[in-house]
Write a protein that binds this ligand. Structure first.
Ligand SMILES: *[C@@H]1O[C@H](CO)[C@@H](O)[C@H](O)[C@H]1NC(C)=O
Ligand SMILES: *[C@@H]1O[C@H](CO)[C@@H](O)[C@H](O)[C@H]1NC(C)=O
Length: 807
């Protein structure tokens, strides 16, 4: 508004009478009352004119900055002038006014130029500029800045800009219209949020005045993140160790990666990369915090090391990887396995010491001490275990084996590893010891004695010997063998036989105690081994007597054809020894213990028989009334069970002289031819008897010797011919006076090779035959035979006779 007014004023003045014109120049901002110019002088007016003319200033509508001091004729500042307020950016800036005088009216144009003073500093309207620049902005990127303003003009106006610091940006000014300059900030070096996420720059605007004034603005730059940083693991390789069989959820290790980026660009997710390995069942990773945990079972024996590849990725897709070396630490989790390598569990008892019986192989998959195994076996077995090479042990015998002592062994092998705690396992070997024939049969006793009662049936089992063999089976199968020997010149096998299987000794023949009382035989026990072992034992067979022989009366001699009588004088005293019945019994012991009894007597009151000695004595005084002929029957009994007996008739003549006797004794006999000379016949009979006796003795002995010789030859016919030895008898009671050597013969052949005699029965009688007419004895025997229900006695008697004739 002011400007057109000013121009109007000037044009009016120029149209008026412009008598003079002055110009002044004054700097702005001078104090009130400051001198502007001496108008009076410059216009050539004196002061009085001024007064008179009522000089005044006409500014039109303009500002009233200057006053006229009429008295001095000078122009003074009425008010402080601000050029910028007055003219703005117009230059030059001048005040135009007129000084008007009256009387005469005159006017003068005065121009006061206001010169600029540098009183304004440049400034920014927005002193705070904010930028958000991505760190990915490329060099050369341009950012337009706010311009500064300087109210001053000319040289005092805005002169230049500067930007600090200049690390990343430089200033670029571009000229614009009206002399303005566009201020730009150009990215020279790319930003890195990770280094500096905020930048503060100061933009300074400087004017050209003297002194220079400046204004500043603050540029705040926020660097925007770009995913320009990949995650980075703190370590490329992590190491961890893990005990095998650790429980699930055990932490293996934690990996950690960092990402310099922020926000989602820096958010890291962890994952396990090993897709080829089957780790997904074994390990798991917490994808947020990178903690690797165990979820499966580890087994040192299957795998000792794992390499887990871990990837860290940010959400921008940048990744890094690392690996975890997981060492599995062995735990003693495997018991040693024992493998017995040999199939056979039978060993021979005769193997040598130090023989390897079997080998065992030990497997312990654990390592180190956990896999170090040692084996032991029970004590008290004849074996030791020794390590041969690693993992192999052999079981060796360390003493001799004996199947008979222990036929099997249960060997318990225990193997322990050296882990803590130690694990162990054991196996039991069943070893059987096989038999070797190393034991001979052993008889239960070192010798045996067996008894057999005579007159046994052939084939009777006498006794059983038994031998045991400690070996086994065939080696222990004992056979009994009768050893060859001879008994009285006859092979023992003709007496007995031995059953090979049972050891039973059988009699082969019937024994006769009166022939043989005992004999020895040797039995060998032999086992079935190869070679066989044997041992022998002696068996003494003792034949026991049976009361199979009746007593034999030797005296008085019984004849059928002659009469023998004992004489008793009538003067005989009481206790007179009439005669003595002499009898023998070929049996022995009780069976031969004889007793004598009076069975019948003409006068029982006159005689007695000594029970023990057979002495017939008178028991009272003989009187004349007693008959001359006295006949006594004496029974001789042995003490056997049942007892056997013989009777004898004793004729006693009670007389003082032979004629008396003879006259009486004619009645005794039926044979008249002996009556005449009884004494003669008696003596003759005695002589004949004695002769016959001695002859018999001689003949029997000679024949016996002959037959004994013969039997050696005949033996092979295996005939049960018993050699005969005359036994020797003595009067056991010692009361008798006779010492008899007394022979008899028994024929007991089953086939009559040498004799017609056939005595099939064990109980056959032996008969003393003095002469063919042994009636008393015969009768007695016959009685007995009847009792014993012996129907063929008569034939036997005849056989006896035949037998005798054979002799
Ligand atoms: C060995 O063991 C077996 C069966 O286990 C048993 O029958 C036998 O009696 C044992 N032998 C020994 C000598 O212990
Ligand atoms: C019986 O055994 C003994 C030793 O035991 C021996 O001296 C003897 O010769 C053996 N006899 C026979 C017949 O074998």
């Amino acid at each position: 508004m002011r400007r057109p007014l000013l121009w109007l004023l000037i044009s009016i003045l120029s149209l008026g009478s412009a008598h003079g014109q002055v110009s002044y120049s004054i700097a702005e901002e001078r104090a009130k009352g400051s001198f502007v110019g001496n108008v009076a002088q410059d216009l050539g007016l004196d002061v009085t004119r001024l007064k008179a003319g009522k000089a005044r200033i006409y500014t039109g509508d303009g500002g009233d900055y200057v006053e006229l001091n009429s008295e001095r004729g000078v122009l003074l500042l009425k008010d402080k002038i601000d050029r910028e307020a007055l003219c703005g950016r117009t230059t030059p800036c001048a005040l135009h006014f007129q000084i008007i005088l009256e009387n005469p009216m005159e006017f003068f144009t005065v121009t006061v130029e206001v010169t600029d003073v540098n009183d304004n500093a440049p400034f920014f309207k927005k002193s705070d500029m904010k930028f958000r620049i991505s760190e990915s902005a490329a060099a050369g990127a341009v950012f337009v800045l706010e311009q500064a303003v300087d109210l001053d003009v000319g040289v005092n106006g805005l002169h230049s800009y500067s930007l600090k610091p200049t690390d990343n940006f430089v200033l670029r000014l571009q000229n614009q219209a009206e002399g303005r300059k566009m201020v730009e900030m150009v990215l020279q070096k790319p930003l890195d949020r990770e280094i500096q996420d905020r930048l503060s720059l100061v933009l300074t605007a400087v004017d050209g005045g003297e002194p220079r004034l400046s204004g500043t603005a603050l540029i705040n730059i926020s660097v925007l993140d770009v995913n320009d940083n990949a995650p980075v693991f703190t370590q490329k390789t992590y190491k961890s160790s893990l005990r095998e069989n650790s429980p699930a959820e055990t932490t293996v290790t934690s990996v950690s990666a960092s990402d310099l980026d922020e926000g989602s660009n820096g958010k890291i997710t962890y994952s396990i990369l090993n897709s080829l390995d089957d780790f997904s069942e074994l390990f798991d990773i917490n994808e947020d915090i990178g903690e690797v945990r165990l979820i499966g079972k580890t087994d040192y024996e299957k795998r000792r090391q794992y390499q887990i590849h871990i990837q860290a990725s940010d959400e921008g897709g940048l990744t890094d990887s690392c690996k975890i070396m997981v060492e599995i630490v062995d735990m003693n989790d495997n018991v040693p396995a024992i493998n017995v390598m040999s199939k056979s569990n039978v060993i021979s008892e005769d193997i040598k010491r130090g023989t390897v019986v079997t080998m065992i192989n030990i497997q312990d998959p654990d390592s180190g001490e956990n896999g170090k195994v040692h084996c032991i076996i029970d004590e008290n077995v004849p074996f030791t275990i020794t390590a041969t090479s690693s993992n192999f042990y052999s079981l060796v015998t360390d003493s001799d084996l004996d199947r008979e002592r222990a036929s099997e062994y249960n060997i318990s092998i225990t193997c322990c590893d050296e882990g803590v705690p130690s694990l162990s396992s054991s196996v039991t070997l069943h070893l059987h010891i096989s038999d070797v024939n190393d034991n001979a049969p052993v008889f239960e006793r070192s010798s045996y004695e067996a008894y057999i009662v005579e007159n046994n049936t052939p084939g009777l089992s006498i006794f059983t010997v038994k031998a045991t063999d400690a070996d086994w089976n065939q080696n222990a199968r004992v056979s009994y063998i009768l050893e060859d020997s001879s008994v009285n010149g006859v092979p023992v096998s003709s007496y007995v036989s031995v059953s090979a299987d049972s050891g039973v000794i059988h009699a082969v023949r019937s024994f006769d105690y009166e022939h043989i009382k005992d004999f020895h035989l040797c039995v060998k026990a032999q086992d079935g081994g190869s070679p066989p072992l044997s041992s022998n034992v002696t068996v003494k067979i003792m034949i026991q007597d049976q009361n199979d022989n009746a007593p034999q009366v030797l005296y008085p001699v019984q004849t059928s054809s002659s009469v023998v009588a004992e004489m008793v004088p009538r003067s005989a005293d009481v206790g007179y020894l009439v005669t003595k019945v002499v009898a023998v019994d070929v049996d022995s012991g009780q069976n031969a213990w004889l007793s004598y009894k009076l069975q019948k007597a003409t006068d029982r009151a006159l005689f007695e028989v000594g029970l023990q000695n057979g002495e017939i004595r008178t028991i009272r005084q003989v009187t004349d009334k007693d008959a001359v002929k006295q006949r006594l029957t004496v029974v001789v009994e042995d003490n056997g069970q049942p007892s056997r007996s013989a009777t004898v008739n004793v004729n006693v003549a009670v007389a003082d002289s032979f004629p008396e006797v003879l006259s009486e004794f004619t009645d005794f006999t039926h044979d008249k031819e002996y009556n005449d000379n009884l004494t003669f016949y008696l003596v003759l009979a005695l002589a004949v008897v004695s002769f016959l006796f001695i002859t018999c003795l001689v003949v029997i002995i000679s024949v016996k010797i002959y037959r004994w010789r013969q039997s050696r030859i005949l033996y092979h016919s295996s005939l049960p011919v018993i050699p005969y030895y005359p036994p020797r008898y003595s009067d056991t009671l010692g009361t008798g006076t006779l010492q008899h050597v007394y022979n008899y013969e028994v024929c007991r052949t089953t086939d009559s090779r040498k004799s017609d005699c056939k005595f099939g029965r064990a109980g056959s009688q032996n008969v003393l035959i003095m002469e063919p007419s042994c009636t008393g004895t015969m009768q007695r025997t016959q009685n007995e035979k009847n009792i014993l229900d012996e129907p063929d006695f008569d034939s036997e008697v005849s056989v006896y006779k035949n037998c005798w004739k054979q002799w």
